[in-house]
Design a protein around this ligand. Structure first.
Ligand code: 13P
Length: 248
C-alpha cells in the first residue's frame, strides 16, 4: 500500500513568532502514527533551520524550491547540496506559482527534479492545468507533458511524490470535486504505468492540492488514487491537523 502523505506548503508566509506558534500546534497534535501518514511541512527557506530544530521528530521538513544544478555563482539561489547539508530531506519543485510567476518550463522543472534526486533529496513534484486548459479539454495533455518532462530525466521514482494541483483550485476556495481529482489521479497513474512501468504506477504517491481544508479533505481522501494532500492556506491553521487525520 501507498502511505498517505500530507504536505503543508507555507509558501511565502510567516514571522519567527508565527512559525513558532504553528510548530507548537503541530507538536501538540494527536495524529495517526508515522506508519499511517507521512507529514511534511514546508516553510520558507529562512525558517527551515528553526522549524527543523523545533519540530517533532515524526514530522519532516521540505524546502519550497532549489537551484537546478550545483551551487556557485547564482545570486539569490539555494542549492540542493545546501539543503542536504542542513539535513532537509524534501523539496517541492515545479509548483504552479513558480511555473507561472517565474516562468519555470517543464524542461527546467524536469532538470531540477533530476538534480535534487541526484543529491539525495526527496521531491514533491507538482503538475496541474489552468482553468483555460481544463475548459479547452487539454487537462490530461498538460499534466502528461509536465510529468513526461520529469520522467525523461529521472531513473527512479522511489523518492518522488507527484502532486496534482489544478491551478484554478489553488488559493481560490474552488476545490476540485472528489470525482474530478480521482479522474486526473487515475489518468496520471495510468500514464505512469504506460511510461514508467507497473511498479512505479503502483507505488508512487499521487497527492492532491488546491483549496484543501478540514471540511473537504475527508471525502477527497476516500478516492482510490488520492494518496494524500499538498495544503497551502489551511496548512497555516490548526485545521491542518484535521487534514492529517483524514489519513485514517
Ligand atoms: P491552497 O491550499 O491555499 O489552495 O494552496 C495549494 C497549494 O498550492 C499547495 O502547494
Amino acid at each position: 500500500g501507498r502511505k498517505f502523505f500530507v504536505g503543508g506548503n507555507w509558501k511565502c508566509n510567516g514571522t519567527v513568532e508565527e512559525v513558532k506558534k504553528i510548530v507548537t500546534v503541530l507538536n501538540e497534535a494527536e495524529v495517526p502514527s508515522e506508519d499511517i501518514v507521512e507529514v511534511v511541512v514546508s516553510p520558507p527557506f529562512v525558517f527551515l533551520p528553526l522549524v527543523k530544530s523545533l519540530l517533532r521528530s515524526d514530522f519532516q521538513v521540505a524546502a519550497q524550491n532549489c537551484w537546478i544544478r550545483k551551487g556557485g555563482a547564482f545570486t539569490g539561489e539555494i542549492s540542493a547540496e545546501m539543503l542536504v547539508n542542513l539535513g532537509i530531506p524534501w523539496v517541492i519543485l515545479g509548483h504552479s506559482e513558480r511555473r507561472s510567476l517565474l516562468a519555470e518550463s517543464n524542461e527546467f522543472v524536469g532538470d531540477k527534479v533530476a538534480y535534487a534526486l541526484s543529491q539525495g533529496l526527496k521531491v514533491i513534484a507538482c503538475v496541474g492545468e489552468t482553468l483555460e486548459q481544463r475548459e479547452s479539454g487539454s487537462t490530461m495533455a498538460v499534466v502528461a507533458a509536465q510529468t513526461k518532462a520529469i520522467a525523461e530525466k529521472v531513473s527512479s521514482w522511489d523518492n518522488i511524490v507527484l502532486a496534482y494541483e489544478p491551478v484554478w483550485a489553488i488559493g481560490t476556495g474552488k476545490v476540485a470535486t472528489p470525482a474530478q481529482a480521482q479522474e486526473v489521479h487515475c489518468e496520471l497513474r495510468k500514464w505512469l504505468h504506460d511510461n514508467a512501468g507497473d511498479e512505479v504506477a503502483a507505488s508512487t504517491r499521487i497527492i492532491y492540492g488546491g483549496s484543501v481544508n478540514g471540511a473537504n479533505c475527508k471525502e477527497l481522501a476516500t478516492q482510490l488514487d488520492v494518496d494524500g494532500f499538498l495544503v497551502g492556506g489551511a496548512s497555516l491553521k490548526p485545521e491542518f491537523i484535521d487534514i492529517i487525520k483524514s489519513a485514517t
